[in-house]
Design a binder for this molecule. Structure first.
Ligand code: ACO
Length: 442
C-alpha cells in the first residue's frame, strides 16, 4: 500500500483497489476501474452542485474558507486592496504576475484603446425597453459583440485571446454605463481616456452638461477597490459557467455573456440587490427579530449571509465594511447601514447562524455603498460583472491551455421511466387539468 493512495474494498465482489491521491484528491475516473464484472461501466461519483469535486487545477485564486483567506496569484486581498488598482489587479489575474512599470503603462494604454464601442452597439442597446434590467442588457450586448469580432473564434491563437481580453475589459464599463443611461433616458457619454478606469466609468455614468467630468477621488477610489475585491473568486458559479461554455470552444464573448447570466441570479451576484431590498424592508432595528424568526423557520434567507466556501468572515466583507464610512463622508450616511450592523450583530450571536457557520459575505455591505454612491439597485450586479470580467477571461484562458480539459460533460443517474412503447394520440387516457394560456403582452 502506497502512502498517497486510497485503499478501497468493493464488498460486492471482494476485490480491492488502490486509488492514487494527488493534491488531496482521487481522480473520479479511477473509480471507473471498480466494477462488478466486465459489462459494468464502473463506479461513478455523485456530487450534485459540485460540493466536493475539483473540476480543474488552477493557479489564479486561492481561498481558505475556514481561515477567511483570499489571494489572487499568491497576493493577499488585503494587500492588493490597500496598495493596488483594479487595472493592475486585472493584469495580475489575467497574466499571472504583477506588471513592471512599462508593462503596466502599455496594458493601460491597450485597455483604453478599446473603451469605445461600435456605433451599431449603440443602436442595439437603444432597442431594449426603457425598463430593461441592465443585467439582461449587459448579457445580450456582450454576447452580441461576438458578431462584431468574428476572429474571436480563433481561441487557440494567443494573440487573438489577448485582443479579446483587452476588448472585454475595455468595453464592459462602456456597455454597463450605456445600460444605466438608457434606463434614465440620458444620452450616452463617450469614454474619457484621461481618467482612470473607475473614473472614466463614473464619467460615462454621471456626466451631464459639464465639459469635463471630474470624479470625486474618494468615490473613484471606493469603486476601484470594490472592483479589486470582486475581480476573481476561483470556481464560483459564474466562473464555472465560463469554463463550461468555453469548453465547447465557444468564443470569449459568448463565454463572458454566459458567465454574466450565471452571475445575475439572486444566489450569486444578484444577492447585493436583494440585501438592500431586505434592509429597506426591515426599515428599523426593531424589526430585526421578526426577520430573524422568519429566516430561522426557513421562510426566507438572510441575503448577504452564507457562502459555499467561506465558513468564516468573508475577508472582502471586512474591507467593504470599513470602506462604507469613507464613502459616507462624501455621500452622507446611508441609514440602512445601522440596520445592517445590528442585523449582523444579532445574527452572529444566534446559534442558527453560528452552528451553520453563516457569516456576512461580500454582498452584505457592497450594496449599501453602491446605493450611497447613487447607483440604482438594478446596477449592482452589473458593477460586479465589470470587475469579474478579468477573472472570467483568466479562468477561460487557463481552461483552454490545460491539456487535461475537454468539453465538460457530466454524467447523470437516470431515474426516469424504463423503456416503453409509443401510444397513438387518440388512444391516450386524459391526465390532469388542461393548461390554457391567455395571450399576455407581446
Ligand atoms: N440565510 C439563512 N440560512 C441559510 C443561508 C442564509 N443566507 N445560507 C445558508 N443557509 C442555511 C441553509 O438553509 C442550510 O440550512 P439546513 O442545513 O438547516 O438546511 C445551511 O445553511 C446550508 O445552506 P446551503 O444552501 O446548503 O449552502 P450553500 O453552500 O449551498 O449556499 C449560498 C451558499 C447560496 C451563498 C447561501 O448561503 C445563500 O443562499 N446565501 C444568501 C444569498 C447570498 O448572499 N448570495 C451571495 C453569495 S456570495 C457571491 O455570490 C458573491
Amino acid at each position: 500500500m502506497g502512502r498517497d493512495t486510497l485503499s478501497v474494498v468493493d464488498n460486492r465482489t471482494g476485490s480491492s483497489y488502490e486509488l492514487p491521491i494527488e493534491h488531496g484528491c482521487i481522480r473520479a475516473t479511477d473509480l471507473g476501474k471498480i466494477k462488478v464484472d466486465d459489462q459494468d461501466v464502473g463506479l461513478r461519483s455523485y456530487d450534485p452542485a459540485s460540493g466536493n469535486t475539483a473540476a480543474c487545477k488552477s493557479r489564479i485564486t486561492y481561498i481558505d474558507g475556514d481561515a477567511g483567506v483570499l489571494r489572487y496569484r499568491g497576493y493577499d486581498i488585503e494587500e492588493l486592496a490597500e496598495r493596488s488598482s483594479y487595472l493592475e489587479v486585472a493584469y495580475l489575474i489575467v497574466k499571472g504576475e504583477l506588471p513592471t512599470a512599462s508593462h503596466f503603462a502599455m496594458w493601460r494604454h491597450n485597455i483604453k484603446m478599446h473603451t469605445l464601442v461600435h456605433e451599431n452597439v449603440k443602436r442595439f442597446v437603444e432597442g431594449f425597453r426603457y425598463d430593461a434590467h441592465p443585467m439582461g442588457l449587459l448579457v445580450g450586448t456582450v454576447g452580441a459583440l461576438s458578431t462584431f469580432y468574428p476572429e474571436a473564434k480563433n481561441i487557440h491563437d494567443e494573440e487573438s485571446r489577448r485582443m479579446q481580453t483587452r476588448r472585454l475589459v475595455g468595453k464592459i464599463p462602456t456597455i454597463a454605463a450605456m445600460a444605466y443611461r438608457h434606463s434614465r433616458g440620458l444620452p450616452f457619454v463617450l469614454p474619457d481616456n484621461e481618467l482612470s478606469y473607475s473614473g472614466n466609468f463614473l464619467s460615462m455614468l454621471f456626466k451631464m452638461t459639464e465639459l469635463k467630468y471630474r470624479p470625486d477621488p474618494v468615490l473613484e477610489h471606493a469603486l476601484d477597490l470594490l472592483f479589486i475585491l470582486h475581480a476573481d473568486h476561483e470556481q464560483n458559479c459564474s466562473s464555472t459557467a465560463a469554463r463550461v461554455v468555453g469548453s465547447s470552444l465557444a468564443d470569449p464573448y459568448s463565454v463572458v455573456a454566459a458567465a454574466a447570466a450565471a452571475l445575475s441570479g439572486p444566489r450569486h451576484g444578484g444577492a447585493n440587490e436583494d440585501v438592500v431590498r431586505m434592509l429597506r424592508e426591515i426599515g428599523s432595528v426593531d424589526e430585526i427579530p421578526a426577520l430573524i424568526k422568519e429566516v430561522k423557520s426557513g421562510e426566507r434567507r438572510l441575503m448577504g449571509f452564507g457562502h459555499r466556501v467561506y465558513k468564516n468572515y468573508d475577508p472582502r466583507a471586512r474591507i467593504i465594511k470599513q470602506l462604507a464610512y469613507q464613502v459616507f463622508e462624501v455621500t452622507g450616511k446611508n441609514p440602512i447601514i445601522d440596520v445592517a450592523l445590528e442585523l449582523e450583530r444579532i445574527a452572529l450571536e444566534d446559534d442558527y447562524f453560528h452552528s451553520r457557520r453563516l457569516y456576512p459575505n461580500v454582498d452584505f455591505y457592497s450594496g449599501i455603498i453602491y446605493e450611497a454612491m447613487g447607483f440604482p439597485l438594478e446596477m449592482f450586479p452589473v458593477l460586479f460583472a465589470i470587475a469579474r470580467t478579468s477573472g472570467w477571461v483568466a479562468q477561460w484562458a487557463e481552461m483552454l491551455q490545460d491539456e487535461e480539459q475537454r468539453i465538460v460533460r457530466p454524467r447523470q443517474i437516470y431515474l426516469g421511466a424504463a423503456e416503453r412503447r409509443y401510444v397513438p394520440l387518440d388512444q391516450r387516457p386524459e391526465v390532469g387539468p388542461l393548461e390554457f394560456e391567455l395571450r399576455g403582452p407581446l
